[in-house]
Design a binder for this molecule. Sequence first.
Ligand SMILES: Cc1ncc(C[n+]2csc(CCOP(=O)(O)OP(=O)(O)O)c2C)c(N)n1
Ligand SMILES: [Mg+2]
Length: 545
Amino acid sequence: MKKKYKKKLTGGKILIDCLYKEGVKVIFGLPGVQMYHAIIPILDYKNMKFISTRHEQATTYMADGYARAGGGIGVAMVVPGPGLQNASAGITNAFASSSPVLIISGQINRDKISRNVGILHEINDQRDIVKPITKWQKRIIDTKNISNSIKKSFLKMRSGRSRPVHVEIPPEALSEFANYSKYKSLKVPSIKINKKSLEKASKIICKSKNPVIWAGGGIHLSEASSKLLALAKYLQIPVLTTPEGKGAISDKHYLSIGVLKGRSIGNSKDPLRDFFYTCDVILAVGTRFATASPKKNQQVIQIDIDNNEIGRNHKKTLGIVGDASKVLTKLLSKIKMKMKIKSEKNKKIIFEQMRYQRYNNPKNQVEPLSSYVKALRLGLPDDSILVTDMTTIAYHTRSYYKTYNPRSYFTSSYSGNLGSAFPTSLGVKVAKPQQIVVSISGDGGFLFNSQELSTALQYNINVIAIVFNDKSYGNVKRDMRTMFKGKILGTELKNPDFMKLANSYGVIGLKAKSPNDLKKCLKKAISINQTVLIEVPIKQMPSPF
Ligand SMILES: Cc1ncc(C[n+]2csc(CCOP(=O)(O)OP(=O)(O)O)c2C)c(N)n1
Ligand SMILES: [Mg+2]
């Protein structure tokens, strides 16, 4: 028998080698004593980068941004206890966004685990913190188990619905030696698509009079955009996207009719909602379908990789479990057997009119929100990437910022993390250094993570950070005023001077006093090609909903 190639390495070295073999090029981390043996071996890998942040929150936000932008699996490395706790906001974001992020945390010494002895960074049991926000958790006690556990982690992230995974390793397992054989990734099993459901779905779609597609973030995850467009074009079906799905179809295409206005319950007045209710069949693809609120009689066909999502929010649902790209391909070939291609003639006029009313008719614009959103679009190249925080103008972008490419518009999904946009944008830029990456935050949200301006500078991650400054938690203020007869509490903010803040980090600061100014500042920031902070002083904004 041929002898297997084996050598003895430290656990830390094995860990990093496994990550390298899985294709990891960058680790976002913050070092500490239990992690030294995992971090130093990174020096042996010339193609691997360790990006150190100024707070653990940013490690996971950056890893999430990196993954969602298409960089591959995002990896964050933190110390146990408070380090993992600090990282949890970003893990929540990644969980909500079905983002493949591997969180590697330390642990206390092996023999002290679960004993409540009170040693550095001990939380008994820290896995309880991440359990609700990870797909899978693994405690690796022995060096010899590192390789297999890492293989399994990657399999978990790559198969079915991608979501964060947590691995914890005590320091001895990182410093001790074990045999290490050649590393080989585990094969991701493919999901069998149910033929009967597929046949049924194709029949329903062919018979329908007025179908619509409801496309979610799963389209990006499955790289299914071209398949979606092919099906939409064949039958001239208009496409609505969720905020997470923006860019699934280009907003330049007449079949892209927009994103419904509304908070998470989707109850805002919107002509698109009226149109949505006229549709007899809704083809929902890669979406939780949580905000659609269809009428009882509307037939939903739901394509999702996660069986648990099917029909969760609507009774009359026919489900097809599988990868969106593969299901759409099969569905279209079934449809082609039943129906001829539909002409675009009549539909094109109708949808172009709808789009004109939505984006251009002054009667339908909310000012100054609309002008700011238009300025963003005019100031940025088509292939820019926009990362949005929980701020009023960002809410408006969900329905009114035209997006032209997949994976080029990001929210914090249902998690709604204030403060997420700026650090997420840094991870996005690391994955897509050739593209212009912009974050939009309010004054409240930006100061959650403004310290990461330092990280941007240190690693030449040249993003543009826009801060809309109304000197308050403006959304909350507006809500309170409306709901409690003008009363407010806890909403007024004393801010630093944002220009001085930028300068103190060595970042260029620009001030935009109007939408037109914002457009000019964006052009200038792009030409500078360094990290730029643009402050936009604003008054209390009207509701975007
Ligand atoms: C982690 C977290 N904490 C609190 C909130 C609640 N919240 C939503 S919007 C908002 C105000 C945001 O203020 P700012 O960033 O200045 O944007 P503005 O509302 O003024 O446009 C708050 C506090 C949240 N979404 N997430
Ligand atoms: Mg504000």
